[in-house]
Design a protein around this ligand. Structure first.
Ligand SMILES: Nc1ncnc2c1ncn2[C@@H]1O[C@H](COP(=O)(O)OP(=O)(O)OP(=O)(O)O)[C@@H](O)[C@H]1O
Ligand SMILES: [Mg+2]
Length: 253
């Protein structure tokens, strides 16, 4: 498979050189086109920091994120605009990531407008249908929807520019268990039918098990374990990965 991402010696430090925090302390990995990669780790291990760098929403302190041959931290604005059409993020809490004063149709069409795509309204209706919402949903406001529906709206917005990569940071953590399963299923279906490359962060290994083929375990800004998901779940090598596994409520076969 063609290499899509190459991450080299990636470091991100917050705060000063003396008293700062190394949120990422030298991370190397690659992602092939069409791969589904899970990133797990305890709170504060650097997952969101890594996601923001992969989405070019932040810059590394050192090291690089190369996407399809382009170093994202010194790419020209025009190349970054094309990058943003190809790589779309989905965040944890749709309550805070959806503007409450905008109609859903405008929210979903926003990435298209910022990419200067014409004829957004037809496309908005299509992606709303793709995530299981009625076209009329576009006329309403985010607060009129349940948590699960709001996450569907956030996913529709991410899909609108027909990205190649979806990067989801804790996409179901804010939802109750039943709805969680529905959204995981929706993501699985969308990824399969659109042949998306998927990067999913979750502190819940069952989400990674259901969506990904490969996973990396982060601890204190470093990758401490990586491999096929089945292998990781069956036989975690480190005590740390074992303790993450023990935190899964149940692992039905
Ligand atoms: N903007 C920031 N300014 C200062 N420190 C930050 C910033 N963002 C992250 N950090 C620090 O970097 C470290 C990694 O944070 P990060 O948010 O990436 O962890 P995480 O794995 O996503 O955690 P969680 O599971 O709680 O979301 C933490 O110590 C955090 O306090
Ligand atoms: Mg986080």
């Amino acid at each position: 498979m063609a290499e899509l991402y190459r991450v080299e010696s990636l470091c991100r430090r917050f705060g000063g050189a003396a008293a700062g925090v190394d949120a990422l302390a030298g991370v190397d990995f690659q992602i092939a086109a069409g791969e589904r990669l899970g990133i797990v780790g305890e709170s504060g291990s650097g997952k969101t920091t890594l996601v923001r760098l992969l989405a070019a929403l932040d810059r590394p302190t050192s090291g690089r994120v190369v996407f399809d041959g382009m170093d994202t931290s010194n790419a020209p604005e025009s190349a970054l605009r094309r990058f943003r059409a190809r790589v779309q993020p989905v965040f944890q809490d749709p309550r805070s990531s959806l503007n409450p004063r905008m109609r859903v149709g405008d929210i979903v069409g926003e990435p298209l407008r910022s990419l200067r795509v014409a004829h957004t309204s037809g496309r908005v209706g299509e992606v709303l249908a793709d995530v299981g919402l009625e076209p009329e949903a576009g006329k309403r406001y985010p607060h009129e929807f349940s948590g699960g529906q709001r996450q569907r709206i956030a996913i529709a917005r991410a899909l609108a520019p027909e990205p190649q990569v979806l990067i989801a940071d804790e996409p179901v953590s804010a939802l109750d268990v039943l709805v969680r399963g529905q959204i995981v299923q929706l993501l699985a279906d969308l990824v399969a039918t659109r042949r998306l490359t998927l990067i999913v962060v979750s502190h819940d290994l069952s989400v990674v098990r259901d969506l990904c083929e490969r996973a990396m375990v982060l601890r204190q800004g470093k990758i401490v374990e990586r491999g096929p998901v089945g292998q990781l779940l069956a036989g975690p090598r480190s005590e740390y990965a074992r303790s993450l596994l023990a935190a899964i409520p149940e692992l039905p076969e």
